[in-house]
Write a protein that binds this ligand. Structure first.
Ligand code: IMP
Ligand code: MG
Length: 177
């Protein structure tokens, strides 16, 4: 298979989405301290840009989740590879994700976090593939919506490749001629 890529979101489009999200989050949390929880690895570039636009008292933590499957589909079996490094009880927690697709990964993670009794729990995703949702989750902040297609760049990978691309690209697999 050859991988054919075209740009879906330019640097400017991404920057605009990040700025819009930051404005909403700044307005909603006002002076409340917020714990940003980045889901690794996909969210690290987005989180790095978002956090610098937040005019709030912010701390950062990370979790590593994996859903086993092939390169471009998730299996529906989620596992926590690395848990948060600090308790979240009584805190305002905002989970930062690269893409919500079927919703299975975040459904699992939000259920785990909710049991720890945070004061509030919300989700911010850069990309929402709403049409592909298989389980219901409430996504509070959405940067960009797409219908379908496999994307890479801006921290998002395909088999660990392409995370360094500054834009978001869509991959099309084509049979070799
Ligand atoms: P979900 O559990 O189906 O919602 O899958 C969410 C996770 O699958 C995302 O956080 C990504 O890590 C990965 N994923 C979903 N769609 C894509 C894509 O188009 N490109 C790269 N990774 C993706
Ligand atoms: Mg992810």
């Amino acid at each position: 298979m050859n991988k054919n890529k075209t740009i879906l979101f330019s640097r400017q489009a991404i920057e605009g989405a990040v700025l819009r999200l930051a404005k909403q989050i700044n307005a909603d949390y006002k002076a409340r301290p917020v714990v940003l929880v980045g889901i690794l690895k996909g969210s690290f570039v987005f989180l790095a840009d978002l956090i610098r636009k937040l005019d709030l008292d912010v701390t950062v933590d990370f979790a590593v989740l994996s859903s086993y499957g092939s390169a471009t589909t998730s299996s529906g079996q989620v596992k926590m590879i690395k848990d948060l490094s600090a308790p979240i009880e009584g805190k305002d927690v905002l989970v930062v994700e690269d893409i919500v697709d079927t919703g299975i990964t975040l459904k699992y993670f939000m259920d785990v976090l909710r049991q720890r009794r945070p004061a509030s729990l919300a989700i911010c995703t850069l990309i929402d593939k709403k049409a592909r949702r298989e389980v219901h989750i409430d996504v509070d902040y959405v940067g960009l919506e797409i219908e379908d297609g496999f994307i890479v760049g801006y921290g998002i990978d395909c088999n660990e490749e392409f995370r360094n691309l500054p834009e978001i690209w869509v991959i099309r697999e084509e049979a070799e001629k």
